[in-house]
Every structure is written in C-alpha cells, then in structure tokens.
Ligand binder design. Structure first.
Ligand code: PLP
Length: 399
C-alpha cells in the first residue's frame, strides 16, 4: 500500500492530496494579491447599504478565514461542504442535532471517552436514545439496526484500541434502514481514509489532532456529502453558536499544508515502534492495525490507504505503566494526539476516565493499557527511548 498520495476517491479529482493541501486558498486574496490567504479577525462586516448584506455579515454565521479552511477540508474529504466548529466535541454535538427525541443513535462501545460521555448524558436527559455496540460484531450490528436507528456513529480505527470497523458492513445496514452514517476520521485524516467514499454521509474530525498537527489549536469539523445535509449542519452551527474562531482556522489551514508528509513519516515510525514493542518480553499485547496479526489487518488494508501513527499496548498493571511513563524522555505524558511531538497517555486515568470502570471493562480498556501518539522525532531516538523505559520496568520488577 502507498502512503496515501495515489489512491484517491470521494468525488475529488485531479491533483494529489499533497498539492491540494499546499495550494488551498493560495492566490485567493483579491484585496492585496497576498499569496497566502490573510486572516480576517473582524467579528462583523459592513453592509453595502440598508437591506444589502455583503457575502459575510457576522462571524458566528460566516467568516472568510473559516471559509478557506472549510473549502480545503470539504475538498480533501470529497464532501459538498464543511462546517468548522470550536472543537471536535462541538462537531459531534452538532451532528447529534439531526437525531430527534426518542430516535436512536448507535455508537461504538469503545469510542473516544468524551463522545461516550456526551452521548450517555444526552440519553440520560432524554434528548435521544443511545445504544453502544461492538461494531466489529455482525450480529450485534444487525440487532441494533433492527431497532431502526436514525444515526450510526462509526469511529475507526477506534480510540484507544485501534479496532477497525468494516465500512462495507455498516454501509449495507445503513442503506437498508435509511440510517445517517457519521464517521469520525480523526485518527487517520483524509490522507489515509475517505469515509464519504466508503459510504458515510458525514465525516467529523477533531482538527485539534492531525489536521492542524501542531498541538496549538482546539477545533473540529463536520463535512457533509450532500448539499441538504450541509445546509442543515450550517443552520444548526449558527443557531447553537458552535462555529470555530477565525484565528484557529488560520492556524489549522497553515498546519494542514504539511499533512501528507507528516502522516506518511509518522505512520512509518509508528509501524517500526509497533514491531519493536511486540518483541519486548514485558509487553503483553500490541494494538496496531498495520501488524499482520492484528485481527482487523485485512479490513484495514482494504479500506485505508495507510495504518496511521497511533498505537497502544499493554503492560501487566498500573505500577508498570507508572514506571514506564516516568522513564520516557521523548514522549510527553499528555492527552490528545496527532501533533508533531510524541505523546504517551494512560487511557484508564486520562482520555477514557469519563467512562465508568464497567464501560471501560466492556470496551477492553485495562489499567495496563498505554497509548502512543507517534510524532516526527527520529524513529531511532523514539525506539531507544521506549526500549530503555521498558528495560527499566523489567529491572524494577526483578529488584
Ligand atoms: N474524536 C476523537 C477520535 C478524539 O480522539 C477526540 C479527542 O481526543 C475527539 C473526537 C474530541 O475532540 P476535541 O478534543 O477537539 O473536542
């Protein structure tokens, strides 16, 4: 499989993703012929005259800098249009507006902890019904779809266990039951996966992660396949006030320009680290879809253009996790992912702490699980760092 440059689909034709990210919005400034698009921070825009609104009137409803980012992301994912939000959670909250009272939303049982918390809370206050399902289980999916869901949220690969959901299976059910299919593409970005081409109606991202790529913005996006879905999301985004800030859009577009090279390099390093971890006697299990013995390797190969730069692995217990993370030099102990810098996280106490211990157990998230977001540091340095930290775990276990 290539590194994401060649295999394109989703209604996007012509140039490669590297070219499109670099050229997005370039030469579009008609005011001063700026090569790079300027940032428009103004919250409000002058009318031509009474009753004569210009293209933009108020930044919550629309803003030229946000439009530059929206056009770039809609193009990369092959959607009709993109709605830029203030965070990834705002994007997920936004798409939830399409589900009415007493209607059902199906979500993955091992989704991002914040998504799990949002959906559980919405169900608790009777906003809509939610069913968490193991989406790799065909029978469980069939039983859930038999209830006639309005929406299904797919998150693949999943966070933090990197399970891969088969889009063709979900698409088959979603088409049969007229269910809106939403895919969270945060882990792979359009460089490695195009959910709209695989049957989704809406793609969401936490742009905080790979799309921005520099861990200095919190943002999100919902990209709709059709004009009518896009219009509906735009209406709700303005109504709720969840649209993203112009300066954040400017920074995200700046980060996006290097997306393809970042993803390719980070994924290559991640594969090497997954292999290294697998060989260490202290490591019980490694979760990375690029490994041939990963249970969903074949599905990943079929529907993805790369395996991404996220991986997780298991040590025996919390004490070992503590020793390991304290010994690392080049991985910062922090939540989030997708930046140029490598991060290490402990899902049970960090990213997935919002889930109940029982929900974590059902999802397979043990106390010994560690998640790595592999950055752009040298692969050799990262490998040496991990080996040294694991060796320290082994030495302290013996002494
Ligand atoms: N979706 C996934 C897969 C995530 O990992 C996250 C955050 O980690 C989110 C959504 C939420 O994004 P944000 O933190 O930008 O609100």
């Amino acid at each position: 499989m290539g590194q994401g440059q060649e295999k394109r689909d989703g209604g996007v034709s012509g140039s490669s993703i590297a070219t499109r990210t670099v050229r997005a919005g370039v030469d579009s400034d008609s005011g001063h012929n700026a090569v790079m698009p300027p940032v428009h921070l103004s919250s409000t825009f002058r009318f031509h005259g009474l009753g004569q609104k210009a293209e933009y009137d108020y930044t919550r409803s629309g803003n030229p800098t946000r439009s530059n980012l929206a056009e770039a992301l809609a193009d990369l994912e092959g959607g009709f249009g993109a709605t830029i939000t203030g965070s990834g959670m705002a994007a997920i909250h936004l798409v939830c507006q399409l589900v009415g009272r007493r209607e059902l939303l199906i979500a993955p049982h091992d989704c991002y902890g914040g998504t799990h918390r949002l959906l559980t809370t919405m169900a608790k206050v009777d906003r809509f019904d939610v069913l968490f399902v193991d989406q790799s289980d065909r029978d469980a999916l069939a039983a859930a779809f038999a209830l006639g869901p309005k929406m299904i949220l797919v998150e693949t690969p999943s966070n933090p266990l990197l399970r891969v959901t088969d889009f063709s299976l979900v698409r088959e059910f979603a088409e049969k039951f007229g269910t809106v299919m939403v895919a969270d593409n945060t882990f792979l970005s359009p460089v490695f996966q195009n959910p709209l081409a695989l049957g989704a109606d809406i793609v969401v991202h936490s742009t905080t992660k790979y799309l921005n790529g520099h861990s200095d913005v919190v943002g999100g996006v919902a990209i709709a396949k059709t004009e009518s879905l896009h219009e509906e999301l735009e209406w709700w985004a303005n109504c709720l006030g969840v649209t993203g800030a112009p300066f954040d859009s400017f920074l995200t577009l700046r980060g996006l320009r290097t997306l393809q090279v970042r993803m390719a390099q980070q994924a290559q390093t991640a594969k090497g680290l997954a292999e290294l971890l697998r060989q260490h006697p202290r490591v019980r299990q490694v979760f990375y879809p690029g490994l041939e013995d990963h249970p969903n390797h074949q599905v990943a190969k079929r529907q993805q253009m790369g395996f991404g730069a996220m991986l997780s692995f298991e040590l025996a217990n919390l004490q070992e996790v503590e020793r390991f993370v304290q010994s690392l030099v080049f991985f910062s102990l922090a939540e989030s992912l997708g930046g140029v810098e490598s991060l290490v996280a402990h899902p049970a106490t960090m990213t997935h702490a919002a889930m109940s211990p029982e929900a974590r157990r059902t999802a397979g998230i043990s106390d010994g699980l560690i998640r790595l977001s592999v950055g752009l540091e040298s692969a050799q340095d990262l490998g040496r760092d991990i080996t040294a930290a694991l060796n320290r775990v082994s030495i302290e276990a013996v002494s």
